[in-house]
Design a binder for this molecule. Sequence first.
Ligand SMILES: Cc1cc2nc3c(=O)[nH]c(=O)nc-3n(C[C@H](O)[C@H](O)[C@H](O)COP(=O)(O)OP(=O)(O)OC[C@H]3O[C@@H](n4cnc5c(N)ncnc54)[C@H](O)[C@@H]3O)c2cc1C
Length: 299
Amino acid sequence: TKGAEAGLQENLKQLVDRGYKAHWLSADEAAAQLGTDTWHGAIMDTRGGTVQPFGYSRGLCRAAQQEGAQVFGASPVSEVKREGGKWVVRTPRGSVRADRVLLATNAYTGFHSPGLNDQLARSIIPAASFLVATEPLSDNLQKTILPEGQCFSDSRKFLLYGRKDAAGRMLLGGRGFLREPKSRRDFKHVEKALRQAYPMLSDLKFTHHWSGRIAVTRDYLPHVHEPEPGLMMALGYTGRGVALATALGGAMGTYAATGDKGHLPLPVTPITPIPFHGARAIYAGAIFAWYRALDALAN
Ligand SMILES: Cc1cc2nc3c(=O)[nH]c(=O)nc-3n(C[C@H](O)[C@H](O)[C@H](O)COP(=O)(O)OP(=O)(O)OC[C@H]3O[C@@H](n4cnc5c(N)ncnc54)[C@H](O)[C@@H]3O)c2cc1C
């Protein structure tokens, strides 16, 4: 929005001051990159790129296996306990003993095994983000919308983010609810946002709908904890964890191998549960309403 430009210009200044290659796009320049004149200007950050996150996860998994790691899917951990000088991690089908354990369950902490790590689960707000994808765009639209495979996010409180996928579908993500979606009807607001932002795509069918959870922390920063020696935790990427969690994972691995906290980019802090966490649906509802009002006023 027009009102957001001052804040974005300040963000841009901070990026440039730190030596990053980023520059301002006027409304016309932004429209040429985005393929729509919905937005009034933009920051172009040329460091960016896109990945298919599931493919990326599988690639990381394969790389770890090639280095000798064993990966067990569909094995929800139900207990992590200190026994005989080791950590024992129990699942319904077996257990693992280890000197060090890293809990990296992010927004799904306590989701598969309620009650496990209750303190940790209460240190984040697990918010859902909902996405939709259209059928593939025509060749003409491919040439005008995000022609170089750019991705974007906007500046509203409930930000919209989008890109095209390898098949040329338009993907748009936006606000979800605190609960999982129950039907396609729950995605109507994201479909509407896509049609508003890209009116030329209004005739396309929505072929895919999905959602996932992000872990929001009170300070919007990731947190590292080690409440007992060898029991390590890293979480709270507030929707930015694809690169961040990968980088922090590497640092946590080095810390686990060396015991040297100097390898960690963040301090190890005590777990701090969010006050009145059980009532989060109520206060998140109030915050959602307030954010919606701010977005409506800004548009
Ligand atoms: C819709 C959506 C869009 C996003 N877009 C972006 C983006 O554009 N850029 C970006 O940087 N980030 C984005 N994110 C955020 C990013 O996906 C996360 O920050 C990142 O995945 C965090 O990585 P992680 O490994 O810590 O946690 P996750 O990837 O969430 O993995 C946690 C894993 O722990 C498992 N788990 C939980 N409990 C147990 C248990 N008891 N036993 C065993 N396993 C358990 C879960 O099944 C899950 O597989 C997005 C997230 C969503 C949901």
